[in-house]
Design a protein around this ligand. Sequence first.
Ligand SMILES: [Fe+2]
Length: 316
Amino acid sequence: MALNGFLDIDLSVKNPAELGAFWERHGLRRTADGVYGTDQRPTVLNIKEGDHRHLSAMHFSTSHESDIAEIARRLEGLGVESRTSSTTLECTDPILGHSIRIDVGAPIPLKPTDARPANRPGDRNRYNNRNASLAPDRRPPRRLGHVVLASPDIEKSTAFYFDGLGFRVTDQFVGANGTFGRVETDHHNLLIHRSRVGYLNHYAIEVDDFDAIGENGAAVVADNPDSHIIGVGRHLLGSNLFWYLRDPSGNMFEFFADMDHINDDDDWAKNHSRTDWGAPSAPAPVQAWGDAPNEAFFAVPDLDEIAQARAKRGLA
Ligand SMILES: [Fe+2]
């Protein structure tokens, strides 16, 4: 019927061993050569060598074999070539240049997070015990949730992901300058926004809850105090709790928890979705509370280097 899963990504970086070691220190396991995942999802990040840091592939699942032909037909209508078998479609993002692979299947279901007793005014449910989050062991990342991509041709990129691949729009900035979309029930598995140069703005890893963001974020900052960007806070669009950090390859990433989930598009469209976020009538700050975006959040220090590497490949 439609894409149903955002499974994993390939990250190309100058020093894959360094980035792999970073993620092994921060809760992923090396499950094969260049492949990092969790106990339940052996493939979350595929880390490869590249001449500059970039997203080099996105991997999705779709429900039925019939979807493959349907997606190929829609892509052909947009002038995007694809290669298909009965259960796989492969193509290239026409603007950003990374590979797209779609397999018939579904994401591996996650074991539910253990609910931790918490004390609230009038609702005390933890007596005679300390908070479970005082335990020294960190709860590791659970899954890849979304990526945010910057596009130098937002019209074509939006058409590719939404009209071609079949992402569903959940919220949009005024002038279609940025569109949030989903293939799972997450408010967004993708945000694509306008930019002079194409690049990966960030990748986002879901963790169990607020404390898990704190545990994991604090460990990354202890590893390298310069890795902190903004957080902890709660986003307006998606409602997720966030902490943004930088990995050793220079990519921004996010630990997030408690995002909005949508299983009724009509309800969301009628009661919540807007296509004019950022207009005077619909201000859309990044955060509902917490750190406002700073220079490190918006500026991309190596944008010129990325632009040069992309120009060599004929990409903007
Ligand atoms: Fe994010």
